[in-house]
Each structure stands twice: as structure tokens, then as C-alpha cells.
Design a protein around this ligand. Structure first.
Ligand code: C2E
Ligand code: MG
Ligand code: MG
Ligand code: MG
Length: 299
């Protein structure tokens, strides 16, 4: 029941603390049912991956995609990854779910290459618990080998919290991943508490600016200077900088002006299933002279 209180606190807004007493609330019942269904076996059952485009801020051409997990429900009421990933972690199914995601993405990338998609990088989110599990690296290398995918087309996204618990171990794992040819991105940058000296030790390829900062671009105030400072830090550390949550033309124009390399967000494209993403890329190819929706009029 302590776990239950924890999920509830998480969903309710993170700082609430709740003791479990008496009859379960609707949210507790929902959490329990998610937990039961997750335990029943997650080898991809009922899960789906969608892909959100990532583009070059200057040319608008597609540079990559982020794979995002979806779990459609029979009752049509979707459960988002922000709710079910922590539950999958706590009931111990995150490893198998993560393996399924990795295998699916590798298969999809091989297929896209066979279908003639340009060489773009597909990002996979890795949960902290998944990353710290001792079986993580061997199983990932296995799936990579079996799929025959070009590792250069895969990148892994991790948050600071996943890395700083054991920075030495993280540095080692990252080095191995990069030797194999994968790239590594620090996700949701700016929301964690790690020191810059720790971060500078990590062999990283990319920095992803968290959506909450990008959201602040339009509002003025502290938003724009923070985004600018993160971009400057990325340049100093020689990292590729990707902004997530780009929702307006104004956001994109600001990011381009400040030399943020890549952008991802609803203004550019929503997450979409594999076939739709392929179509989207075909439309987006500058040679096809059909700019993607949302990338027009950006000067
Ligand atoms: P994230 O890795 O930071 O992914 C970006 C999130 O921002 C996604 O939410 C995406 O749909 C959303 N997003 C992108 N552009 C916009 C925009 O312009 N406006 C708004 N409001 N939102 C935007 P999503 O798909 O709900 O995923 C939430 C989080 O769940 C992800 O955050 C990631 O941490 C986690 N997640 C998703 N898929 C996986 C997975 O396969 N494995 C693991 N371990 N975690 C995953
Ligand atoms: Mg991510
Ligand atoms: Mg992110
Ligand atoms: Mg995020």
C-alpha cells in the first residue's frame, strides 16, 4: 500500500503525501488494475510505438525521430507513459517492456532503411531503473546484433536522475554504448539537480532542452535567457542541442536564431505510427519541395 500511495502522490502532483486508508479511491483502483495488467505480461501485448519527428532548425529537414510508447485501452481512455512507466518500474516489468521497445525500434529502423528512408537517428527512452539493471547492457547489445540495425541510427535518451546515482558506472556504460556506435542524449535537461562538473564527465552526444523551458520562450521573462544559456552550454561542451516541446513558429524562430541545432514538437509534427512517419518524411524531404506542415513561413 505504500507503493499505492506513492503512485497516487506522483499522479496527484508529486509533492502530496497520502496514507492509504480504507476503501480504494477511483485512482487507486485504476492504478491497481494497471498494475495487474502489466504483471500479466508485457511482451509487447497491447503496446504500440509512435514516432515524433526531429528536424534541423535551419533547413527544416528531418534529422531523426523519438520513439514514444503508447498503451491503447479497450475503453478508449488512454494511459500515458508518465503514469504507466513508473508502475512498470515498481512491479518489475520495465526490463521486458524496455527490451520490447528496443527490439521494435531496431526492426522499424531496418525496415525504413530497406524502404529507402534517409539515414536518420531514432531515439529511445531508457528509464533509470532499466539503465541501472545489470542485464541492461548485455540484452541491448544482443537485440542490436540480432536485428542487424546500423547502431549509428539509434540513440538513447536518459535523464540526469538515471546517471548521477552512480556517475562512474554511467560513464563506463556510456563509453561502451558509444564504442558500439550508438549515440547518447541527456533528456529533459535542466530539470535535474546534477552538478555541471558531473555532467561534463559524461561522454554525451546530445542535450535535450526540457519542454518546460521551451514553453517559456513565448512568455518572455526567465524563459528565453534560460533556453539561451542551455544552448550556450551545449555549444561549449560540443554537444548537439535538441529542443523538445516546440509548439509555435515563434519558439522555432528563437531556437534557430540562438543556434539550437534541432527541434521537436507539435508545431513540427505530432508523434505518429511508423507508416505515417515514413509518409511524413517523404513529404518533408526538401527535394520534394513540399515543406512539412508547420515549417512554412518560418523565414
Ligand atoms: P520525454 O522523453 O521527454 O518525451 C517527450 C514528451 O513530450 C512526449 O510525451 C511527447 O509526446 C511530448 N511532446 C512532444 N512535443 C510536444 C509539444 O509540442 N507539446 C507538448 N505539450 N508535449 C509534447 P509522452 O509521449 O507522453 O511521453 C512522456 C514521457 O514518458 C517521455 O518524456 C519519457 O520520459 C517517457 N516515455 C515515453 N516512451 C517511453 C519508453 O518507450 N520507455 C521509457 N522508459 N520511457 C518512455
Ligand atoms: Mg525523451
Ligand atoms: Mg524529454
Ligand atoms: Mg520530458
Amino acid at each position: 500500500h505504500a507503493d499505492m500511495a506513492m503512485y497516487q502522490a506522483k499522479e496527484a502532483g508529486r509533492n502530496n503525501f497520502h496514507f492509504y486508508t480504507g476503501a480504494p479511491t477511483p485512482l487507486e483502483r485504476r492504478t491497481l488494475s494497471i498494475e495487474q495488467r502489466l504483471r500479466r505480461g508485457v511482451e509487447g501485448q497491447g503496446f504500440q510505438l509512435v514516432y515524433q519527428p526531429i528536424v534541423d532548425t535551419h533547413t527544416g529537414s528531418v534529422r531523426g525521430a523519438e520513439a514514444l510508447l503508447r498503451w491503447p485501452q479497450p475503453d478508449g481512455d488512454p494511459i500515458g507513459p508518465e503514469l504507466f512507466i513508473p508502475i512498470a518500474e515498481s512491479v518489475g516489468v520495465i526490463q521486458s517492456l524496455g527490451r520490447w521497445v528496443f527490439g521494435e525500434v531496431c526492426k522499424q529502423v531496418v525496415q525504413w532503411q530497406a524502404d529507402g528512408l534517409p539515414a536518420i537517428t531514432v531515439a529511445i527512452n531508457v528509464s533509470p531503473i532499466q539503465f541501472r539493471h545489470q542485464g541492461f547492457l548485455p540484452s541491448l547489445l544482443n537485440i542490436l546484433r540480432e536485428s542487424g540495425v546500423n547502431p549509428g541510427l539509434i540513440s538513447l535518451e536518459l535523464t540526469e536522475s538515471a546517471l548521477i546515482k552512480d556517475i562512474d558506472e554511467s560513464v563506463k556504460t556510456f563509453s561502451i554504448l558509444r564504442e558500439v556506435g550508438l549515440s547518447v542524449a541527456l533528456d529533459d535537461f535542466g530539470t535535474g539537480y546534477s552538478s555541471l562538473s558531473q555532467l561534463a564527465r559524461l561522454p554525451l552526444d546530445k542535450l535535450k532542452i526540457d519542454r518546460s523551458f521551451v514553453k517559456g520562450i513565448e512568455g518572455g521573462g526567465a524563459g528565453p535567457p534560460i533556453v539561451e544559456a542551455i544552448i550556450a552550454l551545449g555549444h561549449t561542451l560540443n554537444l548537439e542541442i535538441v529542443a523538445e516541446g516546440v509548439e509555435t513558429q515563434q519558439d522555432l524562430a528563437f531556437l534557430r536564431e540562438k543556434r539550437c541545432h534541432q527541434a521537436q514538437g507539435y508545431f513540427i509534427g505530432r508523434p505518429m505510427i511508423g507508416n505515417a512517419f515514413f509518409e511524413w518524411c517523404t513529404m518533408n524531404t526538401p527535394a520534394a519541395s513540399t515543406p512539412a506542415q508547420g515549417m512554412n513561413n518560418t523565414g
